[in-house]
Write a protein of this length. Structure first.
Lengths: 301, 300
């Protein structure tokens, strides 16, 4: 009964920050996480978790994980937390492109972060149908993506001894590199073209960055959020122009390849134009997210 | 047996006893099973939806106990019970819950539990010692085996289901990192809606919502089949009215009464522990069997 009252106290604290309904759910998920951790070592108490949440820290960093489709990925500050919008379009992409072991494809994910996009595709596509690579500028991201790759069982033979012949498995390799460096492909040992290029690049314009919720602004890597890293102004679209240049000049995308990029609210039309004009990908489609916001531009030749 | 020879008499008596036993066997076991076809739902597991009714917090406390009653019963029967979703109140009660119970004949045994369960007792919170009456509504749905896919072509088509997320997310995407995993399904032809938000994973919530939707549609299909059956006699037990009060748990008198079969048993605690519940389930199953038999005779 005493712990019951303690929980009530924590619930009312959390409610003041999140509203009652979210507070009830999040408290429950914290208790679940503690129960699951209790067999190993108990890292923190419920009160500590609530205190961290009250300070604005994202729930996903406190619990150390985030579900993504059927996967449960590690989440750790400051690497961008996988979003439900990204989950939704990745699931859709897995049905839009259908590789098989007899027609395997290669995939490159730019600004891969936790590795969520290629890992979910590796999981959803048939065994032996995809070799995926991901690039990120942040070493924390590459470290986390590597751990997630091992957890999901898609590491490449050089990372770890293979459990079975590599050609029958899907693989994902995260690589530390700066995609804005013109020589990054050569430096990374990446060999274009790729059948599928995906990206959820930073797209938040500077003027929106300062008014982001503190749980985003104060805890997640600005390098994963700020769309124009070198500029105090801008429309947040720098990375789309860089990606378009890579497609146009470096033959990043196979002739029959598919490029899918996530965009911020209100950016889809502009990004569509960049991909048509600068990447020379004339056929474009816009996918909406479950909240009906234009979220992804899919482009082909 | 009128034979003057005593040996023949005793032989005839023996033979008569033997034949009578056989005849009774035929009349009580073989005949009914020939007339009443084997249950078409014997392979189905069950999904229990529990909702607190009148009585406020006392009702939600009783729901927690009813839920335990069914999970205890499941343990005794060797079934697997999983609480799929429950929303607890701040006072240790449960407003509503969905419990999945898997095993042989689970649906056939539990389906008569659908209806309003009434509790009469002095609530722990009552200072004046007055007896209150509260209710919990139980709905037992047939559970189709989860084949891994969301669609079950016999029950619905994917384009008949509208899948919605439930709350606004502003700009969404990178701008927001709040967990938003609630899902609502609407089966357009029937208007049935299912909402699920208990899991952090949208994928899980969606899977569970489809599980509940399949159970509701299966229930609807079975109910329709019963209603459409020729010359069906509306028996008390197989009544489709789920708002009917079916059982009273009277704590002061230490008595549980099932109003459909008029069965009263002492010892509320043993019923709440699952064991005593079996007597009611057996009684209801027998009543159902008798109803089917009567129906079969009437349609001969």
């Amino acid at each position: 009964m005493r712990s019951h009252y303690a929980h009530l106290g924590l619930l009312s604290q959390l409610s003041s920050a999140l509203g009652h309904e979210s507070a009830r759910l999040e408290l429950r998920w914290m208790m679940q996480a503690l129960r699951e951790a209790s067999n190993r070592q108990r890292g923190s108490s419920l009160a500590e978790m609530v205190a961290r949440r009250m300070s604005g820290e994202p729930l996903q960093y406190i619990l150390g994980s985030q579900p993504f489709g059927p996967l449960n990925l590690l989440a750790r500050s400051p690497v961008l937390i996988p979003r439900p919008e990204t989950e939704h379009w990745t699931m859709r992409l897995s049905e839009y492109v259908t590789p098989s072991a007899s027609r395997p494809i290669s995939l490159l994910d730019l600004c891969t972060g936790s590795g969520c996009i290629p890992l979910l595709l590796c999981h959803l596509w048939p065994s032996g149908s995809v070799r995926a690579f991901g690039v990120d500028i942040a070493s924390e991201a590459i470290q986390l993506a590597s751990e997630n790759t091992a957890i999901c069982g898609f590491h490449t033979p050089s990372d770890n001894p293979p459990s079975q012949s590599p050609s029958f498995r899907n693989t994902f390799r995260p690589i530390l590199s700066d995609i804005r460096d013109p020589t990054f492909l050569r430096k990374s040992g990446l060999y274009p073209p790729f059948h599928v290029v995906t990206s959820n690049p930073p797209y938040i314009p500077r003027r929106e960055y300062d008014s982001l919720p503190p749980s985003v602004r104060d805890f997640e890597d600005r390098r994963a959020l700020l769309g124009d890293p070198d500029s105090e102004q801008g429309d947040g679209l720098t990375f789309y122009r860089d990606i378009a240049r890579l497609v146009a000049n470096e033959k990043l995308l196979a002739d029959d390849g598919v490029l899918a990029v996530e965009v911020g609210k209100g950016q889809a039309k502009d990004v569509e134009r960049i991909l048509q004009d600068q990447a020379k990908l004339p056929k474009t489609t816009i996918w909406r997210d479950p909240w009906l916001i234009e979220r992804v531009v899919v482009a082909t030749r | 047996m009128q034979d003057p020879d005593p040996t023949m008499q005793s032989l005839a008596r023996e033979e008569q006893d033997d034949l009578l036993t056989k005849l009774t066997g035929l009349a009580e076991k073989t005949f009914p099973s020939l007339l009443v076809p084997p249950s078409p739902t014997a392979h189905l597991s069950a999904m229990l939806e529990l909702k607190a009714g009148v009585g406020g917090s006392e009702s939600s406390l009783f729901l927690t106990e009813i839920m335990r009653m069914y999970t205890r019963l499941a343990q005794m029967m060797g079934w697997q019970a999983v609480v799929v979703t429950n929303s607890t109140t701040d006072h240790g009660g449960t407003k509503d819950a969905v419990v999945e119970i898997k095993g042989e004949k689970v649906y056939d045994m539990l389906r008569w539990e659908s209806g309003v369960h009434r509790v009469q007792r002095v609530p722990a919170t009552e200072v004046n010692g007055r007896v209150h009456t509260s209710t919990v509504a139980v709905l037992v749905l047939p559970l189709v085996e989860d084949k891994g896919s969301e669609v079950d072509e016999d029950l619905f088509k994917m384009d008949e289901v509208r899948i919605e997320v439930m709350r606004a997310r502003g700009a969404g995407g990178q701008h927001v990192n709040k967990t938003e995993s609630a899902v609502r399904l609407t089966h357009i032809p029937t208007g049935i809606t299912v909402s699920m938000q208990d899991e952090r994973s949208q994928h899980q919530n969606r899977r569970r919502a489809f599980l509940v939707l399949r159970a509701r549609l299966m229930d609807r299909k079975l109910t329709e089949e019963v209603t459409n059956r020729r010359d069906v006699r509306r028996s008390l037990v197989s009544s489709v009215d789920r708002s009917e009060k079916i059982r009273t748990y009277n704590f002061p008198q230490d008595r549980v009464t099932d109003h459909r079969i008029g069965l009263s048993l002492r010892n509320v605690a043993s019923v709440m522990d699952g064991g005593g519940l079996q007597d009611f389930l057996d009684g209801l199953a027998k009543k159902h069997q008798d109803d089917l038999l009567e129906e079969a005779f009437n349609t001969l």
